[in-house]
Design a protein around this ligand. Sequence first.
Ligand code: FES
Length: 166
Amino acid sequence: MTFSPALEEKFARILTIYPPGRQRSAVVPMLLYAQDEIGHVSQEVIDEIAHRVGIAPMQVDEVIGYYSMLHRKPLGKYHVQVCTNICCLLVGGQSLLEHASKTLGIGNKQVTADGLFSLEEVECMGACSWAPAIQVNYDFHHKVTPERLDRLIEDIRKAQGTKQVS
Ligand code: FES
């Protein structure tokens, strides 16, 4: 399997960071880089990364099972993660998740029909002091209200030139 030149460059660089025999340490960043480019971690990606670091595909699969930020199924272009852990829960995290679900028209771990958004309930993301917190791709949003969430989603839709499906 070949990846884009930019991803191949990242892979080549990261594989030089670790000493000989320790390339398996590059598995997580390689999976994240691949997921960013492809949208999920396919079996083909798993097989290729396993081959490049010299471990069995099953070992890569075990890593994916451990890290919740790695996804076997395709995500939306904008992956909305809503924290419902204790700090966020106490200040409306669960309601925010339900609101996001209603606004987007999808449930937890689902993708909108146009592929623009996916939604996921997540554990603490280390932003407890600014709860309730959400993350959209790599961007954090703190003290999020339902209104702020709706504005954020609408702004993304506008920027993408799509309309809300009601
Ligand atoms: S509990 Fe939500 S960010 Fe920590």
